[in-house]
Design a protein around this ligand. Structure first.
Ligand SMILES: Cc1cc2nc3c(=O)[nH]c(=O)nc-3n(C[C@H](O)[C@H](O)[C@H](O)COP(=O)(O)O)c2cc1C
Length: 217
């Protein structure tokens, strides 16, 4: 019964966003033309949303898939990180989480966030990481984007997913923060972050190089 429900979810994911991932292969790592200098690297901030607990294809995880990707990026670059956390605690159960997320999306909610970034102005570049929830970003990411002035900021979105790719979220980010320079996104399979972190590290290293974000090189 549970298996059938999961299979139905898989089908919905594919229908909503397609099942291909635009993530580049680990070998696609061109030379870095403009690495961020050490002096400038403090101006890059990784902002992310991630949820631990039961999830699609990975079981009950202590650390969310997006968080694993974030830790790899932070380990490679030394960039600061900020986690988007909601005042409301989300359920650990996958099925319950699906229902809560669907309700928040249906009501176009803006969940209240626990913390804010006091020195947001110090950062010129934001790497924005999030999972796909119902072919969209978690509504808390909208709360985050609407809470700050992104004028003149450069944003690099990346996401983890279970088949939907970026699911049109980059266009949505561009709509919400039109004054930012929002680059195309990087989509990573959530399952790979848990089961094949070396593959994900290779993908992220290539992405950082392609975008001149390899601090300290
Ligand atoms: C509420 C909810 C809705 C989801 N909806 C989708 C979806 O529409 N498409 C998809 O590919 N994956 C979907 N997933 C799977 C997550 O995007 C995927 O497991 C992601 O890696 C989770 O990241 P996290 O562990 O950092 O939260 C959903 C997961 C949850 C919990």
């Amino acid at each position: 019964m549970k298996y059938k429900r999961l299979m139905r979810m898989a089908l919905i994911f594919c229908l909503l966003g397609g099942c291909s991932s635009p993530a580049p292969a680990a070998s696609e790592t061109p030379a870095d033309p403009a690495a961020v200098s050490e002096e400038d690297s403090g101006r890059v901030l990784i902002v992310y949303f991630s949820r631990a607990g039961e999830n699609w294809e990975v079981g009950n995880v202590a650390k969310g898939n997006t968080q694993i990707a974030v830790e790899i990026i932070a380990g490679e670059t030394g960039y600061d990180t900020f986690r988007i956390r909601t005042v409301r605690e989300y359920p650990l159960s996958y099925q319950e989480m699906l229902d809560v997320a669907a309700e928040e999306q249906k009501n176009n909610e803006r969940p209240e966030l626990r913390e804010e970034i006091e020195n947001f102005d110090d950062y010129g570049t934001i790497l924005l990481g999030y999972p796909i929830w119902w072919a969209d970003m978690p509504m808390a990411v909208y709360t985050f984007l609407e809470s700050y002035d992104f004028t003149g900021k450069t944003v690099y979105p990346f996401n983890t997913h279970a088949g939907s790719g970026e699911a049109g979220t980059v266009s949505k980010i561009r709509e919400v923060i039109p004054d930012a320079d929002v680059h195309d996104g990087l989509a990573i399979t959530g399952k790979d972050t848990q089961n094949d972190p070396d593959k994900v590290r290779g993908i992220l290293q290539g992405w950082l190089r392609e975008n001149g974000l390899t601090a300290g090189e």
